[in-house]
Design a protein around this ligand. Structure first.
Ligand code: NAD
Length: 355
């Protein structure tokens, strides 16, 4: 039985991970530590908070003494570190919060982990798993090979620079102090519970409300898309069988230009909404309710400064060593995501009204 401290467990991937973990490891204890920034949503943990073996703590990862106390009181042996400022556009408008949480926050956690697991000599088996991003590797040209674990770091945004710094700190705590760490660098996740400022949920909600779909630049920037459940399974494999000090890239084997992705989302939304008179009357502003197509809402807007052209992930290491392959193809993942947002309107409407 493990006892997990999940930071950022009220955010998009964290919530999916906590739900995944409870389903697959029901006997393990989970403490979620989350500062509930704009991206954290306690409502996403509905149904978990009353469960045995689950505890939510509303606090900041930079509060090192609190983290140390939590780790001791709850006999934590595993930290799964999701907490971060995660939106590139926000990092361009205001980088400071990114350095505070992603760099100093990660360092505070590492110091707490070292103090409790190493310095006090509990001898407890432990693991600090750090969630990072493919964006630390910079931008690829069309014909460049995909990012592997040995691709040199070349972060281009304040967000990716802060994540790169945190990756280096995690690595350094392993090499210098012997902390048992692993890191995963993953591509763009999508799925349930994603805050509607990121591309897929934003565009989906805009389709349901009949609002424009603002595509940056020429829409040709390429990303790899990973269904969040496939990501959670990868983290499980790394926690269970990953080697100490190792880094694993996690991808969806699904490179698409932004325009191709938006086209696929629009087509899926047309299919799901167009086939349901009930949905058409529930969402009268959606283009399908007027016999039009979601694609008609696409508009092109000025590109984001420094917008990376292409990310692609070489997944051969995690495939060969841990047997991880993505299972959910884009068409299925988009349909599942659309159905989740249709079934959870109150969840996203509350976030839109709060903004
Ligand atoms: P998110 O923005 O949805 O959630 C982040 C969570 O961290 C929120 O619940 C927020 O309240 C919490 N948080 C922020 N600052 C905190 C602090 N100082 N103390 C405690 N909690 C704090 O992010 P996400 O999309 O779920 O991403 C999770 C992790 O995965 C991040 O580290 C991100 O860099 C990484 N990642 C995400 C993606 C993606 O596509 N979403 C891709 C690659 C990597």
């Amino acid at each position: 039985m493990r006892r997990l401290l999940v930071t950022g467990g009220a955010g998009f991937i964290g919530v999916n991970f906590v739900r995944y973990w409870r389903e697959h490891h029901p006997d393990d204890g989970i403490v979620v530590l989350d500062a509930l920034t704009y991206a954290g949503n306690r409502a996403s943990l509905a149904g978990l908070e009353d469960a045995d073996g689950f505890r939510f703590v509303h606090d900041d990862i930079r509060n090192r003494s609190l983290v140390e106390d939590l780790m001791v009181d709850e006999a934590i042996d595993t930290i799964v570190h999701f907490a971060a400022e995660s939106h590139v556009d926000r990092s361009i408008a205001g980088p400071d919060a990114f350095l505070e949480t992603n760099v100093l926050g990660t360092h505070a956690l590492l110091k707490a982990a070292k103090a409790v697991w190493l310095d006090r000599g509990t001898g407890r088996e432990h693991r600090f798993h750090h969630i990072s991003t493919d964006e630390v590797y910079g931008s690829l040209h069309w014909d460049d090979p995909a990012f592997s674990e040995t691709t040199p770091y070349a972060p281009n945004s304040p967000y990716s620079a802060s994540k790169a710094a945190s990756d280096h700190l995690v690595r350094a705590y392993h090499h210098t102090y012997g902390l048992d760490v692993t890191t995963t660098n993953c591509s763009n996740n999508y799925g349930p519970y994603q805050f509607p400022e990121k591309l897929i949920p934003l565009f989906l909600v805009n389709i349901l409300r009949g609002l424009p779909l603002p595509v940056y630049g020429d829409g040709k920037n390429v990303r790899d898309w990973l269904f969040v459940e496939d990501h959670c399974r990868a983290i499980d494999l790394v926690l269970t069988s990953g080697g100490s000090g190792e880094v694993y890239n996690v991808g969806g084997k699904c490179e698409r230009s932004n325009l191709e992705l938006v086209d696929a989302l629009c087509a899926a939304a047309d299919r799901v909404l167009g086939g349901s008179p009930d949905l058409l009357s529930a969402f009268p502003d959606a283009p399908q309710a007027r016999g039009e197509h979601a694609r008609d809402l696409i508009t092109f807007v000025e590109d984001r400064p420094g917008h990376d052209r292409r990310y692609a992930i070489d997944t051969s290491k995690i495939e060969a060593r841990l047997g991880h392959e993505p299972r959910v193809l884009l068409a299925e993942g988009l349909e599942r995501t659309i159905h989740w947002y249709l079934d959870n309107v109150a969840w996203w409407e509350a976030l839109i009204h709060d903004r």
